[in-house]
Design a protein around this ligand. Structure first.
Ligand SMILES: C=C(O[C@@H]1C=C(C(=O)O)C=C[C@H]1O)C(=O)O
Length: 368
């Protein structure tokens, strides 16, 4: 009996301490929010009409600093995630951002948008990648989030093709570990006759589906969330999608993490009217769209300036140009910001060696 009340006292003490800390935290977070409001006034007074409230390079600098200073016991990712949400709320006080993503609600692209901007942005589900570009170009949304490549299935060609004609720039990137689940209104795997999902997700789960549902028809639809929405209306159907879709469309999860590759990751791009300023510490990336003359050694000529200036290329992708003038265009990612002197020099040389040369944007490497 005595023991129990001693334990109860100890618990009360710690909980009282937690209550006091929470009030202190609330006071500090409120003070931080007031600072963000002051920043908004300063920005408005300095820039007039064209104020850029969202500053990606500043946000990653804040997150990097927090991670470096983190004393534990929470791990770095966890504290960064908490501060991501605090900044998201502070920015929403300055001005709430409108972010378009590949819908419907519950897609991995929405999860990527929230991971990048936090929960205080307003997200808009659009039906196609083309529509996202159009809405951001028209200014009805501030930014868009689009998938660009998957570690199992490769590049999302529609996104790359949009950059050939769009004036939008890349302001950031997000990587998301993708876990697929099989979900349905029925709880019985044997009752499943049809499996709906996005074509890439079906491909990412091919092995599992061959083993467990060899006789079910696989039907490709526009997105995983659309698959979940459809499966919710059919007794003998299932969808392959993320957990969010199961929650939104009230489906039972019959099997978890059915993707064939455990490291399955999708990379998304954040697109907007401008790219990001340098975030420093060599932690920026630049994406380019290039084409060379259709002659022997053409690609080599393009890449020589990068090697000459010691710039590392992290990715190269070729796509048919579909313009007739150039056979192929290359999407190239390099390390460094376009304003870094070394990168600026290499880009100038590249510009001279290319038929088509477009900087798609410089942006910070993702912290989260
Ligand atoms: C407060 C600012 O504005 C926004 C909010 C930030 C924050 O809460 O720390 C950081 C960058 C901006 O997106 C700022 O530019 O410093």
């Amino acid at each position: 009996m005595e023991d129990k009340s001693a334990k109860g006292d100890a618990l009360d003490d710690v909980r009282n301490r937690i209550d006091a800390i929470d009030l202190e935290l609330l006071g500090l977070i409120s003070e931080r929010a007031r600072c963000a409001q002051q920043v908004a006034h300063i920005k408005t007074a300095a820039d007039g009409g064209q104020v850029q409230f969202y500053r990606p390079e500043r946000e990653v600098a804040v997150l990097r600093r927090i991670k470096a200073a983190n004393p534990g016991p929470l791990d770095g990712e966890e504290v960064a995630r908490l501060f991501r949400e605090i900044m998201s709320a502070c920015l929403a006080l300055e001005r709430p951002l409108n972010v378009a993503f590949l819908g419907p609600a519950g897609t991995f692209t929405q999860a990527a948008a929230i991971k990048h901007f936090g929960h205080s942005v307003k997200t808009f589900a659009l039906a196609t990648i083309g529509e996202i570009f159009r809405e951001v170009e028209a200014g009805s949304c501030d930014f868009g989030v689009v998938p660009v490549e998957n570690s199992t299935e490769g590049v999302v060609s529609h996104t790359l093709d949009m950059f050939m004609t769009s004036p939008l720039m890349i302001t950031g990137e997000v990587s998301l570990r993708i876990h697929h689940h099989l979900m349905s209104v029925t709880e019985d795997l044997c009752a499943i006759r049809t499996v709906y999902s996005h074509q890439q997700s079906l491909a990412q789960c091919r092995g599992w589906l061959d083993r467990h549902l060899p006789n079910a028809d696989r039907v490709a639809v526009g997105s995983n969330a659309e698959a979940a929405r459809t499966a919710a209306t059919e007794e003998d159907a299932a969808a392959v999608a993320g957990l969010q879709a199961a929650e939104i469309y009230r489906l039972a999860v019959l099997a978890e993490r059915i993707e064939d590759e455990p490291g399955n990751t999708t990379r998304f791009l954040v697109i907007g009217p401008q790219d990001s300023r340098p975030s420093g510490q060599g932690q920026d990336k630049t994406s380019l769209l290039l084409s060379c003359r259709n002659q022997a050694g053409g690609l080599h000529t393009l890449l020589t300036p990068l090697a000459a200036h010691g710039i590392s290329m992290t990715r190269i992708e070729s796509r048919p140009s579909r313009r007739g003038i150039w056979d192929y265009v290359f999407f190239i990612d390099i390390m460094g910001h376009r304003d870094d002197p070394k990168v600026a020099l290499a880009l100038e040389n590249l510009r001279q060696a290319s038929l088509l040369f477009k900087v798609l944007g410089s942006y910070p490497l993702a912290v989260l």
